[in-house]
Design a protein. Structure first.
Length: 113
């Protein structure tokens, strides 16, 4: 018998990667660029210059991508990883100057039942 898990705001996750990498030498700049390219290739979107986020359909899926990021960490610099629920993500307020801008649109999920 096939069991189904309904996707909801508490099961869907958002994975954030924050980083501050050195860019003092050409080699440092190259490593930082490679890390950014890796994040984009793995499905992350740039939220701010050194903040990337990725929609994940479940905690398990978020863990997979978290482990991938950990395997690709640069040798130098600071990287932080944060996972939040879709509900928490939806409560975020984003401003450009003093003007509030709409939150990024939620990713539509196909639900099979």
């Amino acid at each position: 018998m096939l069991s189904t898990i309904r996707l909801n705001q508490y099961r869907i996750m958002w994975l954030y990667v924050f980083f501050d990498l050195p860019t003092e030498t050409k080699a440092d700049v190259k490593v930082a660029g490679q890390f950014r390219k890796y994040l984009l290739k793995d499905g992350f979107d740039m939220f701010q210059y050194s903040i990337y986020l990725r929609h994940c359909s479940s905690r398990e899926n978020a863990k997979v991508h978290e482990q991938r990021v950990k395997r690709n960490l640069p040798k130098k610099g600071k990287v932080s990883i944060l996972t939040v629920t879709d509900k928490q993500f939806g409560m975020m307020e984003v401003f450009h100057g003093r003007k509030e801008i709409p939150n990024p649109e939620a990713v539509n999920q196909l639900e099979l039942f």
